[in-house]
Design a binder for this molecule. Structure first.
Ligand code: NAD
Length: 267
């Protein structure tokens, strides 16, 4: 399988190059950066620190000559719509990891999925996707009485908060409890506040150093509490998951798929 990459120079782009190099079945066929990027012409292996490989980074306009079977996009919301439009126009399936999308961008994603197969996940690690099933179960058993709080920590460069994964955990819990996350979420607390309202789901964010990604869902009652925590120690876990998703996507009909679909975790 030939895989094309958007944003090859990003933190995720570099580990995706590494994950594709290690894969037996999926191979990098084009690695794009901005047309005006200083990385155009840089060897992908040297970029990701794995030694010289047979592909150099090319400007995004080189995509018109690509024969990629699937694209992988871990970039930023600012470039999300144009990457997606290219995939739809050229009928190339895409695996998307970009987080922090707004309502209108999520709407574009739904529309695009009418034309091409797409995997979209806020987190491509196996552990986090298992965590989504576990928090549903915990919500089902404890959610009636326990207070629910989600905390997350990431590196100092992350540009969206709370993380897409924290939001996905919140959505899973709210869905299980029949609540609407839009109305029951509380983002951060400061100063004098009234007592905690039981039906809320709280979010707290830490940004520091080089933390790859940590998430905890806390279910706290009087007398006991349950914490479900996932800690990623390497971005390679997300990259390997995305490559796995790209292979899984091959031959699928148009539609919007999740990593839970890819891993067969949906009940
Ligand atoms: P990064 O800042 O290191 O990389 C961003 C990439 O986007 C770079 O390649 C950059 O060149 C490109 N880009 C930015 N603006 C652009 C523009 N205007 N035109 C073209 N390209 C542009 O970020 P990162 O840490 O690699 O993370 C990338 C995305 O992946 C973020 O949204 C992050 O939250 C998300 N992420 C998702 C997962 C997951 O499992 N789904 C895991 C980690 C990170």
């Amino acid at each position: 399988m030939k895989v094309g990459l958007f944003g090859a120079n990003g933190r995720m782009g570099r580990v995706l190059i590494e994950a594709l190099d290690a894969s037996e079945d999926a191979h990098l066929s084009v690695a794009t950066v901005r047309d005006d990027s200083p990385w155009v012409g840089m060897n992908v292996g040297e970029l990701s620190g794995i030694g010289k490989k047979h592909i150099d980074c090319s400007g995004i306009s080189s995509l018109k000559n690509t024969d990629a079977d699937v694209m992988i996009d871990f970039t930023l919301p600012v470039v999300f719509e144009s990457n997606l439009a290219w995939c739809v126009e050229n009928k190339v399936p895409v695996v998307i990891g970009t987080t922090g999308l707004n309502e209108s961008q999520l709407h574009s994603l739904d529309n695009a999925a009418l034309h091409i197969p797409i995997v979209f996940a806020a987190n491509y690690s196996v552990g986090v996707n298992l965590m989504l099933s576990l928090v549903r179960k915990a919500a089902n058993v404890l959610g009636g009485t326990a207070d629910i709080e989600i905390t997350e920590a990431h590196h100092r460069f992350k540009q969206d908060a709370p993380s897409g994964t924290a939001m996905a955990i919140g959505e899973a819990i709210a869905d299980e409890l029949g609540r609407d996350l839009k109305t029951c979420a509380v983002y951060g607390r400061e100063g004098k506040e009234p007592e905690r309202e039981h039906n809320t789901i709280g979010f707290a964010t830490v940004r520091a150093g080089d933390i790859v990604g940590e998430h905890t869902a806390l279910f706290a009652d009087i007398g006991e509490r349950l914490e479900i925590t996932h800690k990623a120690s390497s971005r390679l876990t997300f990259a390997k998951g995305a490559v796995h998703a790209a292979q899984w996507l091959s031959g699928k009909p148009a539609g919007l798929y999740s990593m839970e679909d890819v891993l067969g975790l949906k009940e």
